[in-house]
Design a protein around this ligand. Structure first.
Ligand SMILES: Nc1ncnc2c1ncn2[C@@H]1O[C@H](COP(=O)(O)OP(=O)(O)O)[C@@H](O)[C@H]1O
Ligand SMILES: [Mg+2]
Length: 268
């Protein structure tokens, strides 16, 4: 939770990155986005539904190609070195599937085999991940009997099985109940602090982002409208909370989504 000082060379560098969809490219899912993420930091992409978070993450994982602009991830160009990018990153997708008839140990070994990880190394790594995530006692139980929070832990462990330096978590707590969400929040903190990973997390949940991120980019309709620590964003916007900063920076007056988004995330 400390700001990196002084900033080293970024491990993710995004320059005017755009992705357009539609027959005439009329949907600007991501619109000239620029940002940097430094090694070891937990960086958050905060924005309402449809603001371009998942599209950004897909591009930065070498899954979809940008329409224009460029990004370098772990030294690799996302447009021309997609395989190297994929080896550099682990991804918890927004709605991932899980093989319920496997145990965590089997699932980790299965995912690792897809990455061609050597079997001995794979078994060692699976054990370390089960331990790090507090799952060693349940390593052989079938996933079908696990709670959502426990399943999410296993999915995050699987995203780390090829030991990537960078891990992307797309809406990691959005489908979880409050207790499971707490478990996953603690785990996200451990990823940077104990496992030394660079973490890139996307969410529309303000409290999650405030708690786990060193720096945040607020994204709105595909554009970054503010990047910095929570304190910097609040100062920049002349407000007193991240929530107010969000409303102001995304055009709270007259922004069609701002009010409904506020209702959706504000505590009752
Ligand atoms: N494959 C696609 N085809 C067409 N439009 C898409 C596609 N993926 C995303 N979009 C559109 O791009 C915008 C951003 O979507 P997305 O990146 O999923 O946002 P978020 O993850 O922030 O909710 C939305 O308007 C969405 O409908
Ligand atoms: Mg999304």
């Amino acid at each position: 939770m400390t700001s990196p000082d002084p900033p080293r060379a970024p491990v993710i560098e995004v320059r005017s990155l755009s992705k357009h969809y539609g027959r005439r490219n009329e949907v600007r899912a991501v619109d000239r986005l620029s940002l940097e993420v430094y090694p070891g930091e937990t960086f958050g992409l905060l924005g309402p539904n449809g603001s371009g978070k998942t599209t950004t993450i897909r591009m930065l994982n070498g899954i979809v190609r940008p329409t224009s602009g460029r990004a370098v991830v772990n030294g690799y160009d996302i447009s021309t070195q997609m395989d190297d990018v994929k080896r550099s990153t682990g991804l918890l997708a927004e709605s991932p599937g899980l093989y319920e008839k496997l145990s965590p140990r089997e699932y980790l070994e299965f995912v690792g085999s897809l990455y061609d990880v050597d079997m001995k190394l794979l078994k060692d790594r699976a054990e370390r991940l089960l331990e790090l995530f507090g799952l060693e006692q349940r390593g052989d139980d079938l996933l079908e009997g696990f709670s959502r929070g426990m399943k999410q832990k296993v999915l995050i462990a699987a995203a780390l099985i090829h030991d990537p330096p960078i891990v992307f978590l797309d809406e990691p707590t959005s489908a979880l109940d409050p207790l499971a969400s707490l478990v996953v929040r603690d785990l996200i903190k451990d990823l940077a602090e104990k496992a030394g990973k660079t973490v890139f997390v996307s969410s529309h949940i303000l409290s999650l982002m405030e708690e786990v991120c060193d720096r945040i980019a607020i994204i709105d309709r595909g554009k970054a409208v503010a990047v910095g620590t929570v304190t910097e964003i609040v100062e920049l916007s002349g407000t007193s909370t991240l929530e107010d900063a969000f409303i102001k920076l995304t055009g709270g007056t007259g922004h069609p989504d701002a009010l409904s988004w506020r209702k959706a995330v504000a505590p009752a």
